[in-house]
Write a protein that binds this ligand. Sequence first.
Ligand code: GRA
Ligand code: FAD
Length: 664
Amino acid sequence: MAGVDYLADERNKAEFDVNEMKIVWAGSRHAFELSDRISRLVASDPAFRKDNRPMLSRKELFKNTLRKTAHAWKRINELRLTEEEANKLRFYVDEPAFADLHWGMFVPAIKGQGTDEQHQKWLPLAYKMQIIGCYAQTELGHGSNVQGLETTATFDPQTDEFIIHSPTLTSSKWWPGGLGKVSTHAVVYARLITDGKDHGVHGFIVQLRSLDDHSPLPGIIVGDIGMKFGNGAYNTMDNGVLRFDHVRIPRNQMLMRVSQVTREGKYKQSNVPRQLVYGTMVYVRQVIVSDASYALSRAVCIATRYSCVRRQFGSQNGGAETQVIDYKTQQNRLFPLLASAYAFRFVSEWLKWLYTDVMQRLQANDFSTLPEAHACTAGLKSLTTSATADGIEECRKLCGGHGYLCSSGLPELFAVYVPACTYEGDNTVLLLQVARFLMKTVSQLGSGKKPVGTISYMEQAEHLMKCRCEVQRAEDWLKPSVILEVFEARATRMSVACAQNLSKFANPEEGFSELLADLVEAAIAHCQLIVVSKFIEKLRQDIPGKGVKQVLGMLCNIYALHILHKNLGDFVSTGCITSKQASLANEQLRSLYSQVRPNAVALVDSFNYTDHFLGSVLGRYDGNVYPNLYEEAWKDPLNDSVVPDGYHEYIRPILKQQLRTARL
Ligand SMILES: CC(C)(COP(=O)(O)OP(=O)(O)OC[C@H]1O[C@@H](n2cnc3c(N)ncnc32)[C@H](O)[C@@H]1OP(=O)(O)O)[C@@H](O)C(=O)NCCC(=O)NCCSC(=O)CCCC(=O)O
Ligand SMILES: Cc1cc2nc3c(=O)[nH]c(=O)nc-3n(C[C@H](O)[C@H](O)[C@H](O)COP(=O)(O)OP(=O)(O)OC[C@H]3O[C@@H](n4cnc5c(N)ncnc54)[C@H](O)[C@@H]3O)c2cc1C
């Protein structure tokens, strides 16, 4: 890093080994080295510049994304990157593009729902990008309610084909990324109809565009759905609309791992659960939790560095003013977000493990952990994306006025990020899936069926319903066992209260509808417990490096006590803690903020982000904010000329008219 390091003092204050923390954050030394190497590769390649994005028109922006994606693909092949390296490269290019859906959903859908034969036919083409695919599930009329999709796939035994059709306007596919202008193929979700019988939604591989001239195939209408929120941002993606007019595809293009249609038109189901049709969503939700930790850590890195550079008020005897990070209000807003970034990173690592474990079990026809995997991925996707979207906006505010400039990197990060609360399942809808899982678990308590995995705490429901928190002094809140017990007690009591209220309704579905808001709160309590417990589990592992474990311990306590403080209503009203204990928790939280303060910059340095990836003048590694902010302003096209375009047409006539009036 050339030049003066304006944050050197901050870096010197750190009480832990930053290099070791970088490895903890990355997950392993291998992951760190790979990520470090690839991020530098991207940062040093001028073809991946991204600072002009907010200035480009939609067409320029999109073409620019096509250019970058092609360049990335060229580099991936030239350098013979592994799948892991290629994924990292796309991540650091940091621009939503059709390739995300090709690799992130189209390929996994074929892998997860296709047969061996289908794998052999389609995967090599997809791996070489000789075909480009998207995931076409959502329609104009239905997104959340997948069972309500209207597109049909009717089997024609005469020709051994399916006829894919959009019977209504609302059945138009609407939203799929990569569909609008690029994909040659799609996995299309449609109602399977054989012999007049509707078998519900299944996946089909459908070619959309010619592989010679890219024109839509007969019977297909396809295009982009239009500009989305924010400049630049997600507008690099061609989210699309798609309609079918009786398009015929061969029978073997139905994804047939879960169920099959025979040559005679007979519908058969394998011995795997029907829900595997939803498998790609489980996979992607797990990835989204990991992405949440990256997006939040990016915003927090910018806000933390800038909060150390920025000074307001408090100068005494002509000395320096106070760094805004030293205000307790700033710490109270920033440090829980810093702690959340780490918490989400660790819970996402665990979730990845859970997902891999479930997949291995599925291969061996053990489907027992699928409901828990669904509940965990759905709940954690919801919890982490909501917190991250809110957290990015909070970081913008933490940077004051300058945070509103595109050169801070925060407006675009926010605009790109917020749809994560909606795509891959609306966050409220997903929490209700968790709530259903919780209500099922509570109803089975005492039936002999043991709750397992993340819900196993319910086994002690009897104890958790009546236990009392033993905290007497602020330091007692540092004990992991104390924190775990109050989070478990709160989650259990909220779930049991919902279950008791549900039992008052003669019709359980009617009761569920009436209690939706309470059920969502119970689901959030359960998901927050998972995050807290996985952070605590992480700390039980051997973590090398001077001071690393200690500072992570502080972050873990900040995460837990901050959640407790923000949800005091739940904890106190369910009798899990007293109001005195609540104020002791707050006292402990204040003390933790002071302990974390000297480590703040080193904790965000541990993310190991390049200035290219951060894309923020405020978050620059060297902290040299003001000269660069000043310089950046002059690059705006408005400053290309001293007198703006339009002066003669619109400003001068007004000025002249005022002069005439003044003379009168
Ligand atoms: C909301 C539900 C879950 C409703 O499902 P349903 O079958 O209509 O209703 P239900 O009676 O509640 O469920 C029946 C049963 O299925 C289970 N289940 C539901 N989903 C899954 C799953 N993924 N894995 C495993 N199991 C699942 C439920 O738990 C129920 O189980 P149960 O009967 O209680 O044992 C579902 O349809 C859904 O997932 N909706 C959200 C739609 C969505 O996520 N779309 C994503 C489109 S792609 C996208 O957005 C890509 C963006 C990526 C990007 O751009 O980066
Ligand atoms: C940027 C972006 C990219 C996308 N990419 C893809 C893609 O590649 N492929 C694809 O197939 N789809 C894609 N989607 C679509 C996305 O998956 C859906 O928009 C999402 O699943 C939400 O569904 P919806 O739009 O039908 O919302 P709705 O269900 O209409 O939600 C509207 C409101 O109703 C509430 N609501 C709905 N149902 C219930 C209920 N049962 N109980 C309580 N409240 C309820 C919701 O909470 C929400 O507040 C994308 C969307 C976006 C924004």
